[in-house]
Design a protein around this ligand. Sequence first.
Ligand code: 2U9
Length: 344
Amino acid sequence: MQEKLHALKEEALTKVAQAEDLKALEAVRVGYLGKKGPMTEVLRGMGKLSPEERPVVGELANKVREAITTALEEKKQRFEADVLNTQLKTETIDVTLPGRPVNLGGPHLLTSIVTEIEDLFIGMGFDIKEGPEVETDYYNFEALNLPKDHPARDMQDSFYITEELLLRTHTSPVQARTMGEYRGNKPVKMICPGKVYRRDTDDATHSHQFTQVEGLYVDKNVRMSDLKGVLNQFAKQFFGEEREIRLRPSFFPFTEPSVEMDISCKVCHGKGCSVCKQTGWIEILGGGMVHPDVLKMAGYDPEIYSGFAFGMGPERIAMLKYGVDDIRHFYTNDQRFLTQYHKA
Ligand code: 2U9
């Protein structure tokens, strides 16, 4: 049996030396060390040996197995190194080739406009506040002096979720919530940018979801002239120093008196053209002095506190500033539109 083992070792080592690739090597391994191979057969036959012979043959069998395994492993490593070396020689990378262009992203025009508006108001001491897009009927309407029978509360005009919950139709509830939080004894100076929802049919100037930035300043002795000063500052910084503003009387349920603000047309400088519909002026936002009932509902005594509020649509403002002719461009994400406004 010992001779047989020696012969097996020599035979296997010769086959390992002759193997020309990994496949041949694996065949040698299975052939000699596999379950059906001669080594297994030898080990199985050990039971028939005398107790003196058994440990001697056992030790030799282990040595033979080890010698074959080591030879197989060494040769395998040599083959693998050869494969890697060939790969390294043939698969060279030309580092001088020009790179493929990468499309760089950038902020969406609407994001840039809202950020710009925020920065201007932060510069005038306003805080930025956010609130929920799913609102209660109370904060969206009731607290803003829009009583139950007001036409703006028509189920047909808003996305109602339940009788009491709806998608906010403006960002004003954020201001109502903030005033409520301050419990009527602390000034409020904030703007609230965010998404709002109305049941409108989408066209070039309407969208069922759009953006608003509203502002509120409540303190002792806040006057209409403060509103005019803040809005004039905003208009000149945003649209250009040469632009003039004017306020026209208007109506909103949450402000009294209410105004709408126009800026002078940059195309005709007030002479009248097709952009300003021959008026020389373009409407950009609405505002007014906070209605005493709105102050009262939020816990502010209108005899002590007064405030101004305003609201604007960043899409409309961006359309005017950049000559965008369709509000849907903001939401359809056509790269040809969006990339025009990426800063270099
Ligand atoms: C509180 C009190 C008063 C917010 C105001 C406007 C006037 C306004 C529109 C402009 C175009 C919205 O984007 S738009 O459709 N907004 O004209 N918004 S006053 O007044 C408030 C808000 C909150 C507590």
